[in-house]
Design a protein around this ligand. Structure first.
Ligand code: ITT
Length: 221
C-alpha cells in the first residue's frame, strides 16, 4: 500500500508539483488542510527554521496512528535580493502582501545601468526553497536555488508572487544556472517568470530543485 505524505500547503500549484514528483516513487500525496490562521509563520532567520516550525505545528493535526505510518511535507520559499542584504527573504509573503512587486522595484530604483550585464549584476537576486519531510520522527531537508535578477519593470500575466519582476539566469547544458550575463543552452532571453509558461519555469525552479534534492535522500516506497 502506498505510504501517505501529508503536504501542509494552501497553494494548489505546489500540491500538483509535489504529486508529480512523489507519486511515481510510490507515495500518495494528500493535502493537509488546516483552518486559516491555525498555522503561524514564525519570524525566524532561515527558511529551514520556518519549515521546522510548520512541521511541529502540522504534527498536532495528525492522529497517533497517522504519526506512526505517514509523513509530512512542507515547503518554504522566498526571494533574496543581494543588494538588499537578502531582503525580503523569509518575509517574502508579508512583503508581497504589503508593498508588492511595485514596492520591490521602487527599493531598487537607484540600481540601474545602460549596460545589461552590469544592470543584472546590480539587481542580482535569487529564489530559495526548502522542502522538509518529516518521517519516522526525523526531518529530511532538500534545498533549491534559482539565481537571477530583478527586472526594471513588471512584466507578464503568468505565474504568481514575484514572478513578474524576476528573470532567471541562463542554464548550461546540464541544467545548472550560470553567472549573470553568461549565455547558456537554455535561456528566457530576458523575459520574467511572469512571461513564460509553468512548464518552462520548471527547468529553472528553486522548488523543483529542492524537491529533487529531497528525493535523492528518500528510499523508494
Ligand atoms: P504555503 O501555503 O505552502 O506556505 P505560499 O504560497 O505561502 O505557500 P511560500 O511560503 O513557499 O508560498 O513562498 C513565500 C512567498 O515567496 C510567496 O508568497 C511568494 O510571494 C514568493 N515566492 C515563492 N516562490 C515563488 C515563485 O516561484 N515565484 C514567485 N514568487 C514566489
Amino acid at each position: 500500500m502506498a505510504r501517505t505524505i501529508w503536504f501542509l500547503t494552501g497553494n494548489s500549484g505546489k500540491l500538483k508539483e509535489a504529486t508529480h514528483h512523489l507519486q511515481p516513487l510510490g507515495y500518495e500525496v494528500r493535502q493537509l488542510i488546516v483552518e486559516e490562521g491555525e498555522i503561524v509563520e514564525p519570524q525566524v532567520e532561515s527558511l529551514e527554521e520556518v519549515a521546522q516550525s510548520k512541521i511541529t505545528q502540522a504534527l498536532l493535526h495528525l492522529s497517533d496512528d497517522q504519526q506512526s505510518q505517514d509523513m509530512i511535507l512542507v515547503e518554504d520559499a522566498g526571494l533574496f535580493v543581494d543588494n538588499l542584504n537578502g531582503f525580503p527573504g523569509v518575509y517574502s509573503s508579508y512583503v508581497l502582501d504589503t508593498i508588492g512587486c511595485k514596492g520591490v522595484l521602487r527599493l531598487l530604483e537607484h540600481l540601474q545601468s545602460e549596460d545589461t550585464i552590469q544592470c543584472a549584476q546590480l539587481r542580482s537576486a535569487q529564489f530559495q526553497a526548502v522542502a522538509a519531510l518529516w518521517m519516522d520522527g526525523e526531518i529530511l531537508y532538500g534545498n533549491g536555488v534559482c539565481p537571477g535578477w530583478i527586472a526594471l519593470e513588471s512584466s507578464g500575466e503568468d505565474g504568481f508572487g514575484f514572478d513578474p519582476v524576476f528573470t532567471p539566469n541562463d542554464l548550461d547544458a546540464f541544467g545548472e544556472p550560470l553567472p549573470p550575463g553568461t549565455y547558456g543552452e537554455k535561456s528566457v532571453h530576458g523575459k520574467t517568470f511572469g512571461d513564460i509558461s509553468l512548464e518552462e519555469k520548471q527547468a529553472y525552479s528553486h522548488r523543483s530543485r529542492a524537491l529533487n534534492d529531497l528525493l535523492r535522500q528518500l528510499p523508494s516506497a
